[in-house]
Structure formats: C-alpha cells, structure tokens
Design a protein around this ligand. Structure first.
Ligand code: SAM
Length: 318
C-alpha cells in the first residue's frame, strides 16, 4: 500500500513538472526572463514537494517510461547492435534492457536508488542479458559518458541543463541523446515528436508523451582555410560561429566578405551556403569533419570541386 501511495505521489509530482514545463515552453516564446523565473519556481516546487529521499535526486522521482514510449525513443535514436546506450536515471532498467533485447545494443543504466539498480540487475540476469547490459548505483553527474553512442534521459530540466556541457564535451560527434518529456532549453532538439500513449489512457493527466532527439555536433567553430581544388582553384577563409548545431559566420575571398546562411552541423556533417558568388545564385557547401580535419565538395555553375580545409584557429563554445 505504502509503495502504491509513493508511486502515485511520484507520478503526480512528475505530472505537475510536465505541466509546468509545457507552460515554460509556451512562455519561452514570449520572454526568456519569465522562463528562467518559471524554471526556478518549477525546480523549487518539485524539490519542496518531494519526499526527503527524493531530494538528493535532483533528476526527479522514479516514474517509469511506458514501454511503448521506450520503444519509440529507441527507434527515434535508431538504436542498433553497434550502439552502446547509457540511461541516466535508469529506474527499473527497462530502457537499457529493451535496447539489448529488441535492438541488439549493449548498455549501462545508472540510478541513485540502489534498490532499483538491484531490481534491474536481477531482471537482466533473468533474461540472460547480463553480458550485454550492466547497472550501477551512482549519481548521474559522476557517470563517464565517453563510451555511449546513445544517451537516454527522463530527468528534470535542471539536471539535464547541468549535464549538457558534459554531453557536448564527452560524447563523440554523431552520438544521439533522446529524452522523454523534458528538454535542454537553449540547445534546440533536432527532432521533437508527440506520441499518443495507450498505457496512459484513463489515467489522470496527459495521455501523450513528448520525445526529443539531439545529435551531438562536431566542433567546427573557428577560422578555416578552404582550398578549392581545380577547376575552381581558389582559396577562401571562413570564420564559423557555432551555437550547438547551428553555424553562422563570414567567408572572405579576394578582399570581399559574405555571410554564411543555412549553416548546420549534423554529427560530423557540415553544410552552409554562400549567396551570390560570381553574380550567381547560392552555392551550397557540404562536407564532413573528423578528428579536426574537414573536407567537402561544392557545386557552382554546374562545376563540382572538392575543398579540403585547414583549421587556422579554434572558435569558442560549441
Ligand atoms: C523519471 S525516472 C525514469 C526512469 C527510467 N529512465 C525510465 O525512463 O523508465 C527518473 C530516475 O532517475 C533517478 N535519478 C534522479 N536523480 C538522479 C541522480 N542525480 N542520479 C542518478 N539517478 C537519479 C531516479 O531515482 C529515477 O529512477
């Protein structure tokens, strides 16, 4: 009975948090300052409303993601046998266990609640998955992330924001982050979808879940020299100003400068556009960056040329 009351209270708490986050998303369009205020009130309300044993878990109480949402999250991140999935705040382990059973991945779940970790480990053993998944009791802020190609989250926004610099710093470009109901704020998702959840039918609150997907962008900010090969055979300097997966900047060639448009980094893929080169329509530049080296191709007036690029200086934050 006590367990049922606790579960019900946790669900109610998370529901309130979700409602507030929805309001925040709406208000965010009106005022960033109001959003920060709401975020503070929201964090305060959650912590104040939580039971003492939840207070340390700034990621929020245990509320399991419905199984159909787990499946959709793994699909959204296109999890496959080559992936290593880390679920931060893994609850009963369903995300990592499903990633192994259904998608053939390997994985790690960490949770601050040792009882849930024991339950997850027992379930993995029962299903014969102990060699593919593991669980440990740990605060998510201490979990090394380098190994993950996919990170899954159902944590409150305050903790997500705290983890954001580590995602950008430790995960390899191209790694995917998929979150249930809460997002980062400034770092806009690459995809967002609302799913109807049959498991929630008849329950109090929304019967929908929102899923968010981010792909970790490579770091391209800084000054680059692009050497366009024959038949174009021109040198151009480009300064990329990167903000998460978006890039703006300026290209300089033969004493003239042009602003970049439609600049984006998708994992290791880079693209941007320069308008009116040689009095013509936009030129599209597409390339990839790996281990700090970038190269690509462009097409101008029907002529294609490659452009290996050399980094002259690093830019600021990603
Ligand atoms: C909403 S539940 C999600 C459980 C699971 N990921 C799922 O989707 O079913 C959040 C989980 O995060 C855990 N948690 C919260 N803050 C944490 C922290 N700082 N470190 C580790 N786990 C945390 C809670 O114990 C809880 O099990």
């Amino acid at each position: 009975m006590a367990f049922a009351i606790r579960e019900w209270r946790n669900a109610a708490l998370l529901y309130c948090a979700e409602m507030l986050t929805d309001s925040m998303r709406y208000v965010a369009r009106l005022s960033a300052r109001a959003t920060r205020c709401l975020a503070f009130l929201f964090a305060f309300a959650v912590v104040a409303g939580a039971h003492a044993d939840d207070i340390a878990r700034t990621g929020g109480p245990y509320v399991p993601t419905p199984q159909e949402v787990v499946d959709r999250m793994l699909d959204l991140a296109q999890v496959g046998p080559q992936d290593f999935v880390i679920d931060l705040g893994s609850g009963d382990g369903r995300m990592v266990i499903t990633a192994a059973r259904r998608n053939g991945a390997r994985g790690l779940g960490v949770d601050i609640d040792g009882e849930l970790v024991e339950r997850s480990t027992a379930e993995a053993q029962r299903l014969g998955l102990a060699d593919r998944v593991r669980f440990r009791t740990e605060d998510v802020t201490r979990t090394p992330l380098k190994e993950a190609s996919v990170v899954t989250l159902y944590l409150l926004p305050g903790l997500m924001k705290q983890l954001e610099p580590r995602f950008l710093g430790e995960l390899a470009p191209g790694a995917r982050i998929v979150a249930h109901d809460f997002s980062f704020g400034d770092w806009k998702p690459d995809r967002e979808m609302v799913v109807d959840v049959k498991e929630k039918y008849g329950s109090v609150g929304t019967w929908k879940s929102t899923l968010f997907l981010w792909t970790v962008p490579a770091r391209v900010g800084g000054l680059w020299q692009l050497d366009m090969a024959a038949p174009i055979a021109e040198r151009m300097l480009v300064r990329f100003d990167q903000r998460y997966q978006e890039i703006a900047g300026v290209a300089m060639r033969s004493g003239a400068s042009r602003e970049l448009s439609a600049g984006r980094v998708e994992g290791t893929r880079v693209r941007f556009r320069l308008s009116g080169e040689g009095g013509q329509s936009d030129t599209q530049y597409e390339g990839s960056i790996e281990s700090g080296r970038m190269q690509g191709t462009l097409e101008r007036r029907g002529t294609r040329a490659s452009w290996p690029a050399t980094r002259l200086s690093e830019g600021g934050a990603r």
